[in-house]
Design a protein around this ligand. Structure first.
Ligand code: ATP
Ligand code: MG
Length: 554
């Protein structure tokens, strides 16, 4: 980034801690629950956690927070690892909260031994009622005064599978009158007879998130445990467990989660979009997932730049999706190779052209001096865009019209002499003549034209399908909108151009390359693309509305 670098509030804390000699070096972690694919909000957290360790010479663990056996799957684990690496980060260790089930179980036993936890037979409804309300303290039940011996036996029986799901829970014994509802004897273990993706059927009791997260942090000697704002009320509990168990004093810090306009970011909602076929999968290019953005052609560097620009906030806000698009466009303008693709072809016959097999050269990227050129075959018959011709042109129409001249990109100037119509009055063919001395690079014609068109030689054209994407939702603040988020799905978010024609250079380019199709926008080959049928995704349009706004504001 070119702007001046000032520290975000978490960096200030880290620098303070390092200056005070609190830690030799820092350890952070990125802790996804493997219950879905990562989205752009996770990218924010990844860039923050890995970025801190990079900046201050520490390390970052990838820790799967897999304490809920029911929703977690190995497919998600693999996709998460893939996405983190693709974003450009390497973890120090790949770890799983489930690795610590033995230790966490031991922590629970220790709390019981200190008379700081008890087995409760109440139903979840009873527990909720007994907890009281924010203005009314909770009331202890008979189970709260069970003896240590009795609790140890019951907890062991829970572990041995003697009870059904929900029959008993283990609760921390803290303070039923606390102002913080999370401190009113929170549940720390529950019974769940379920298969776990890593521990199989070894356990039928599982720790609650609050009893696993901080402890996992402590086990890994995490110095700065960064999470999102909704965990602020959990911090007191996080610290209480660490203190009572006398384990490594990890500290929790909270920042605002990323929310973005015209999109949803909760995994639960994204899963719904997939399951109900509103999209083609987690990696649908319209999704806010990392895999969707990758498939759409967003460069990892652009996503990192976006995360950098939005900064680390302490309050929830809604980021304009066009800032992300701006970052994507900026990156691609520098890196994307220029190609020509005609979306809606109109045939042009160059009547006075007698050449055969002429190969022209066109630069790959005017922004990149070392980008080189590519070969572009020219011939007597070419395709141009249907809307690059008007029978009766308006005043400032500088493209093809009877008697008007244009330049064909990297080729010649042509003049429209005539056109052919079918029985329905549709123009089917243009007849043009070319100016032989006007060849790009060696133009001696002295003719100046205002319009430059992209084109493709018909004999060399490769059929292509082009997929144009629009926003998946038609309101800015989808999460904040009334009613069901699915009511706001934009039903026109995908437009397929079925019969486009691509220049032959595109046949040899592979997936993962960014293209600028002249006058059309930025594109990438989709994974559905084959040598006989190319398929492209529009990554982002050429127009740059955000940049104008930024300049205005500056
Ligand atoms: P979701 O609500 O989408 O399921 P989550 O918070 O439950 O998200 P986790 O897998 O638990 O997802 O999150 C892993 C890490 O990513 C956590 O530290 C979480 O705080 C962070 N994270 C999740 N969503 C966002 C977001 N929108 N912005 C910033 N960080 C996020
Ligand atoms: Mg979660």
């Amino acid at each position: 980034m070119s702007e001046e670098q000032h520290l975000n509030f978490i960096e200030e804390i880290v620098e303070g801690d390092l200056a005070a000699g609190k830690y030799g070096s820092i350890v952070t972690r990125f802790p996804p629950e493997p219950n879905g694919y990562l989205h752009i909000g996770h990218a924010k957290s990844i860039c923050l956690n890995f970025g801190l360790a990079q900046k201050y010479g520490g390390k970052t663990n990838l820790r799967f927070d897999d304490t809920n056996p029911v929703t977690e799957e190995t497919e998600y684990v693999e996709s998460i690892k893939n996405d983190v690496q693709w974003l450009g980060f390497n973890w120090a260790e790949e770890l799983y909260a489930s690795n610590y089930f033995d230790q966490i179980h031991g922590f629970a036993v220790r709390l019981i031994e200190m008379d700081l936890a008890y087995v409760d037979d109440s139903s979840s409804e009873e527990i909720a009622t007994q907890k009281g309300t924010p203005t009314q303290p909770g009331t202890p039940n008979v189970y709260r005064s069970r003896t240590v011996t009795e609790n140890l036996q019951l907890f062991e029986d829970m572990r041995l599978g003697k009870y059904a799901d929900g029959e008993k829970v283990l609760r921390a014994k803290i303070d039923l009158a606390s102002n913080n509802m999370h401190m009113r004897d929170p549940i720390i273990y529950r019974i769940k007879h379920a298969h776990h993706h890593r521990t199989g059927n070894k356990w039928c009791i599982y720790p609650m998130y609050d009893f696993a997260h901080g402890q996992s942090d402590a086990i890994e000697n995490i110095t700065h445990s960064v999470c999102t704002l909704e965990f602020i009320p959990h911090r007191e509990l996080y610290n209480w467990f660490i203190e009572k168990l006398s384990i490594f004093p990890s500290k929790q810090y909270e920042f605002a989660r990323l929310n973005m306009t015209y999109t949803v970011m909760s995994k639960r909602k994204l899963l719904q979009l997939v399951q109900e076929n509103h999209v083609t999968g987690w990696d649908d290019p319209r999704m806010s997932t990392i895999s969707g953005m990758r498939r759409r052609g967003y460069p990892a560097a652009a996503i990192r730049e976006f995360c950098d620009r939005i900064g680390i906030a302490k309050r929830d806000n809604l980021i304009d999706i066009s800032l992300l698009e701006f970052c994507v466009r900026e990156d691609l303008n520098k890196t994307a190779v220029r190609r020509m693709v005609v979306f809606d072809p109109l045939k042009v016959i160059i009547t006075n052209y007698t050449g055969e097999g002429e190969i022209l050269h066109s630069e790959n990227n005017p922004e990149d001096q070392n980008g080189g050129t590519r070969e572009v075959p020219f011939s007597k018959e070419i395709f141009v865009e249907r809307d690059d011709f008007m029978e009766e042109p308006s005043k400032k129409y500088f493209r093809l019209a009877p008697g008007q001249m244009v330049r064909l990109k990297s080729a010649y100037i042509i003049k429209c002499d005539d056109f052919v119509k079918d029985a329905n009055g549709n123009v089917t063919e243009l007849h043009c003549s070319y100016i032989p001395e006007s060849k790009s690079g060696s133009d001696t014609s002295g003719i100046h034209v205002k319009g430059t068109l992209h084109w493709v030689s018909t004999a060399h054209a490769i059929p292509a399908e082009v997929r144009l994407y629009d926003r998946l939702f038609n309101v800015e603040d989808v999460a904040g909108a009334e009613g069901d988020f699915k009511d706001y799905i934009n039903t026109d978010s995908l437009t397929v151009v079925p019969h486009a024609y691509a220049e032959p250079a595109l046949l040899h380019d592979s997936i993962g390359v960014g293209f600028q199709f002249l006058r059309k926008g930025y594109f990438c080959a989709d994974k559905d693309s084959t040598p006989t049928k190319l398929v492209f995704n529009r990554t982002v349009g050429l127009k740059d509305t955000w940049a104008k706004e930024v300049k205005k504001g500056a």
